[in-house]
Design a binder for this molecule. Sequence first.
Ligand SMILES: [Fe+2]
Ligand SMILES: [Fe+2]
Length: 452
Amino acid sequence: MKDKFNLSSEAFDYLGIGFYKYWLGENEGFEFINPSLVKILGYSSRAQLMKKKFVDLFCDIGERNKFLSSIKNSKRVKFLETRLLKKNNKPIWVAISAFLAKNGNRGNRNEYLEGLIEDVSLHKQMEEAVAMERDMFQGALDNMPDAIYFKDSKNRIVRVNQYYLNGMNKKQEDVVGKTDFDFFPKQQAQQMFEDDNFVLTTGKPIVGKIERTLLSNGEWNQVITTKIPVYDRQGKIIGTMGITRDMTAYANLEQARFKMMMSALVVLGRALEMRDPYTSLHTRNVAAIAGEIAKVLGWDDNRMLGMKLAAELHDLGKISIPLDILNKPGKLSDLEYQLIQKHVENCCKLIGDIDFPFSLGLIVGQHHERLDGSGYPHGIQGGDICAEARILAVSDVLESMTSHRPYRAAPGKTKAIEELKSGCGSKYDAGMVGIVMDLLDKNDGKIFWQSN
Ligand SMILES: [Fe+2]
Ligand SMILES: [Fe+2]
């Protein structure tokens, strides 16, 4: 038995694990302490530690009582993590195991504890570092004024931050395991699902996508979303992380500013109408035609708006041309024609430096340019003319030739079609001409535009 005991002690020493035997009752005290325990608790000799009472080694009274009651009730303690006092009175994190044994031959002193004490300070430090990192991460997530969400490879929500929960008026347990189909209208959830799948299958992020979402209170908001793939340690994509920022306030402000600017332009348009109602009607019709073409091209709302606005303003420069020249019946002299051509530059001067979200000055400045370079004011060609200006060119010709003016009758739709067809691909963009012809065909050859 003695040999066995010594062998265990050496093994524990080899492993750096403290081993002890401690008698309880009268004259309580250590009977055995291995060198590792002496070292763990920072004593210079075994004799010094042998003098201490076991309970006095505890830093925390609550932990000590927990240890004692466990011994009393279940006669054992398994791997209790607690802090003991070292010789220098500094605490050290240890894990204590103890077993209450009896030896009937020793009178009052017949109960003893036998067990192990392991230094877990390193483990504890790592645990605390991990906990701190986790708390910092969670704290940052929860304090972030953006909705942040993690989803697995099946697009099920794994975790979300507090901002997300507040926005949805839900608790973490209400959303974990669910998908966007549980919270958003079907069409919107489907788009989110497709975006998540794009990130999952390609590994490419979606950055700064602007979308509208329906909130639980029934209101829509405008958000900007970024989604990135989440990888495991082997580099396999296991899910996605998304950040969605509410841009509603910003979008509303932008919209208000844009409305103000549009109001100013409306005033300008009215001034033009008061002076020259025919040009005003012409620009409205051209905007309607250009809008129909852009619709066929499937342009988004913003591009469509830029197109229509450019069309509304394209002849604004005529405001500086004398009316008797603008409305002159019969042939214009070269000088008069040059003066009329000036309306393009005049228009660019009027609106060119206004800060629009689209290149309005460029579009308007190119509306009389032709693909073969025969247009004005710069005689630029082909791909140098932007798509919007190419639409404007076709729409402008179609409208002008189908409208009456006080100084001349309308050449008519047949002549307009002839002009567009003869210049198709040389002066006018063949694609745009094709769209116009289709639109006329679908409308039984009648005009398909309706200006406001
Ligand atoms: Fe023009
Ligand atoms: Fe025009």
